[in-house]
Design a protein around this ligand. Structure first.
Ligand SMILES: Nc1ncnc2c1ncn2[C@@H]1O[C@H](COP(=O)(O)OP(=O)(O)OP(=O)(O)O)[C@@H](O)[C@H]1O
Ligand SMILES: [Mg+2]
Length: 410
């Protein structure tokens, strides 16, 4: 069968570079679902075969190789089980948690925290495969590079883009010094010709304009710029009346001082249309917790007992006080980028409406909630309603683990 039936054009380009070029680092970066890991998994197997021969020549009885990924789960899902599906090769761990293939001892390293270094400290490796490299702690990445001290050791990586100032971009991908021997390939989603047209169209339609689109779809290393929720359109998204009998829930951002309002937002989802309605906003400064208990109880009376109050977890004493008063207060997952991406997506998909009666505080914030282009996250200004919105909407829907909202921003 011709290679073009098995691999995308971009994957063939990478394979040719793997086989013919002189490289020490081979870095595949770019869009989600672009085919980076599939080809890297194949190169990983080729590397193991190469190392087997090399070790035999060098009479090394116990060659080792590092298989790195953000967590044990992500290594398993992205690499181990994919290899099983793609190539029918089953890999099991030994009692040390290592994998073995072609006589190579494959040592997993978790890059998400510095504790990941423990597994590889002191080791001499014939090479490394680093999945989702931009998520790696810089220290762990450097340790992996140092462990690859066998003369011919090479490192293959794949990654989604992050901020343009990320070390992987500035120190490696943009390093064109021939002595560094770095080969980098940038993927867009359209490079993956195995994805159905429908899937790609749906994904493009659901991805918010701006940074999220430029990173996830075009594979660019860009930072946020301007208004965070730029797809919000007050001409079409403000309404005078919402349907009855929705699935109700709230968001709670604690606050007290001027500029740090306490905000409770009330939302309702329509399961028939998948539209989320913002129905009420309670916002105030200088009020103590009993005032907010009172508000929450009024909300319960109006919208139903047992509805979720997704709270800022930074004030656990308030969360438990709410609970003691019979309010279903829950700690929010406060992941900023994943939450903002989710909220942006429902806006982009035109699945979000705001009741006129509470529009003012929402509009005041939504048009002033902007990216910090240096940090690559939203500025902590005009963010009280926005945080409350994010806690509620992101957490209420989190269990719907939709691939469209694949969380690439930790
Ligand atoms: N050569 C191929 N043959 C058949 N299907 C492929 C091929 N390459 C990629 N695919 C399909 O595309 C999907 C996405 O590929 P892959 O997981 O390699 O993308 P990725 O760039 O690593 O994405 P992400 O950034 O989301 O991790 C795969 O699950 C597979 O279904
Ligand atoms: Mg991948």
């Amino acid at each position: 069968m011709a290679l073009i039936n098995l691999l995308t054009k971009k994957q063939i380009e990478v394979l040719q570079s793997y086989l013919n070029d002189d490289w020490k680092y081979l870095i595949l970066n770019g869009a989600v679902r672009a085919g980076k890991t599939v080809i890297d998994n194949y190169l990983f197997l080729l590397e193991l075969k190469r190392i087997k021969k090399l070790a035999e020549r060098e009479k090394e009885p116990h060659p080792q190789y590092i298989l790195a990924g953000y967590s044990s789960n992500s290594i398993y899902t992205n690499v181990i089980s994919s290899i099983e599906n793609q190539f029918g090769i089953v890999m099991n761990t030994d009692r040390h948690g290592h994998y073995h293939l072609f006589g190579i001892d494959i040592v997993p390293a978790y890059t998400g925290s510095v504790r990941g270094i423990g597994a590889i400290r002191g080791m001499t490796s014939y090479g490394a495969y680093i999945n989702e490299a931009s998520l790696a702690t810089h220290e762990v990445f450097q340790e992996i590079v140092q462990r690859c001290s066998v003369g011919s050791a090479r490192i293959i990586c794949d990654t989604n883009p992050s901020t343009p100032t990320h070390w992987l971009k500035t120190d490696y991908i943009d390093n064109h010094d021939p002595k560094a021997r770095i080969k980098a390939f940038s993927f867009t989603i359209d490079d993956n010709t195995f994805l159905s047209k429908d899937y790609v169209e749906t994904l493009k339609a659901a991805t918010p304009r701006g940074m999220f689109y430029d990173r996830s779809i075009l594979g660019q290393w860009v930072t946020g710029d301007g208004i965070v929720y730029r797809d919000f359109d007050k001409e079409t998204m403000l309404i005078n009346e919402a349907p009855k009998n929705l699935e109700y829930y709230c968001g709670v951002d604690w606050g007290f001082a001027e500029g740090h309002e306490n905000v409770i937002t009330v939302f309702g989802d329509d399961p028939d249309t998948d539209i989320t309605y913002l129905l009420d906003i309670y916002s105030s400064t200088g009020k103590y917790i009993d005032y907010w208990v009172d508000i929450a109880q009024q909300i319960q009376e109006k919208y139903g007992y047992g509805i979720n109050f997704w709270c800022d977890s930074a004030r656990p004493e308030y969360v438990s006080y709410f609970q003691q008063q019979g309010i279903q207060a829950r700690n929010s997952d406060k992941s900023v980028m994943a939450g903002v991406e989710y909220c942006s997506s429902i806006i982009k998909l035109n699945k979000f409406r705001v009741l006129q009666s509470c529009a003012k505080p929402f509009l005041d914030d939504v048009y002033q909630y902007v990216w910090d282009p240096v940090k690559g996250v939203p500025k902590k200004e005009h963010d009280n309603v926005m945080d409350s919105f994010r806690y509620a909407v992101f957490n209420q829907h989190k269990k719907v683990d939709n691939q469209v909202f694949k969380n690439i921003y930790f």
